[in-house]
Design a protein around this ligand. Sequence first.
Ligand SMILES: Cc1cc2nc3c(=O)[nH]c(=O)nc-3n(C[C@H](O)[C@H](O)[C@H](O)COP(=O)(O)OP(=O)(O)OC[C@H]3O[C@@H](n4cnc5c(N)ncnc54)[C@H](O)[C@@H]3O)c2cc1C
Length: 461
Amino acid sequence: MADQQYDLVIIGSGPGGYVAGIRAGQLGMNVAVVEKDPQVGGTCLLRGCIPTKALLENADIWHKIQKSKEFGITVGDAKLDFAAVQTRKQGVVNANVKGIEFLFRKNKVERIAGFAKVVDRNTVDVDGKQLKAKNIILAMGSVPKDLPHIKADGKRIINSDHILELKDVPKSMLVIGAGAVGCEFASIFARFGTKVTIVEVMPLLLPIEDEEISKEFTRVFKKQGVDVFTDAKVLSCEVGENGVKSVIETKGKQQTIETELVLSATGRRAVTENCGLEKTKVKVERGMVQVDPFMRTGEPGIYAIGDIVPTPALAHVASAEGILAVEHMKGLDVRPLNYDHVPNCTYTDPEVASVGLTEKKAKERGYDVKTGKFAFTANAKAKILGETAGFVKFVSEKKYDEVLGVHIVGPRATELIVEGCAALELEATTESIARTIHAHPTLSEALMEAAEDVLGHSIHQ
Ligand SMILES: Cc1cc2nc3c(=O)[nH]c(=O)nc-3n(C[C@H](O)[C@H](O)[C@H](O)COP(=O)(O)OP(=O)(O)OC[C@H]3O[C@@H](n4cnc5c(N)ncnc54)[C@H](O)[C@@H]3O)c2cc1C
């Protein structure tokens, strides 16, 4: 039988691969997406963004019920049915899987089940069947990575894949790592009633955020009853009958903490091995595929996108890179992505979101920086919601008043940040944001007032 011919074969159906597939279909390309998992969607849909946000929504509703008396509503005998929580989460995931399958059919994207390996620049092997392609996109994504001295066993020491399958809410849990993944699971389970301890090697939780934002987030998280250890390391975890004994070192002092579970949320490893890349000119350095600004690897015709390349490991970045790669191979007039304009969101309580440069980074790049802030305590809508912790911070430069970064900790930060994204993309000045009429009463007024604060005339503080 003759080999099958494609314009494009994509390996992996995460937000990088499936979006690239749809864009290729829209452009009339004969495209196939190869996926080894039984379902399409990758980490984001099956084990990442979507199931975690579904659980966070449950935690939010549960938390609101707990404080419903503040709103004059008495709820009798509220019960948390964790099995039903998990079923709903799976329902949300499955509905989105069906959505991708529908979009594949609509855009004539062929889905091929199996494990793909690159044979050469024009050939992909899928479990012994050869596919011929003019172009290939590598989009194999990433998997959880263990610490060298703490290996996940899937029972007592778990990772972000295992925790999504829990049958019960644990009584206590130690979270190692306070990046977005660790903090989101801490926020889910702390609100479900788990006694959560979180350990972070850096001085603050969410350490990549602007320092003032991380400080405020750390303060609020502690106030909510999460035990926070920063500047701290987990030296060892000893698994016993009923739990895990972990030795933590903070500023030279050691202590032992016993918890039912340990969640290791210390990072991810790009999937680049066993894919035949060693037979090609695709360059892999420190586990990451090296690409140029148009996502081309060292092998002509082969592109790479998403978590396997050294750009921010986020779903929206993977998708944008997928679209860029496809449009570039099609010969469209495209621009490289501006990674300074990538929003970073953490869907905890309170939420954290940012785009652009932190104050520190802006100074390091030599900008003459001015900043402005506005606290949600002074925002009417935040008071209505009963969620007044946090603030908005603008980072701008003095000479042209250009907005360089927007940083938010507080209610709906992950939705509000889009105004910052648009400001950066449109090269807005702080004054143009301050002069933009924002609807009242909305949380978005906090952005307007933070911009006004840069100019020294915020009205409500
Ligand atoms: C708990 C958690 C929460 C997250 N939350 C967010 C969030 O809220 N927002 C956000 O932007 N990002 C979030 N992320 C990150 C996001 O999930 C990833 O950045 C994104 O999924 C990367 O997309 P990708 O397409 O590069 O790879 P992936 O989504 O990892 O998909 C890769 C796919 O390739 C398949 N594959 C691998 N090798 C082969 C092969 N040889 N043959 C066939 N198929 C193969 C895999 O099975 C997989 O389906 C989260 C991650 C985690 C773990």
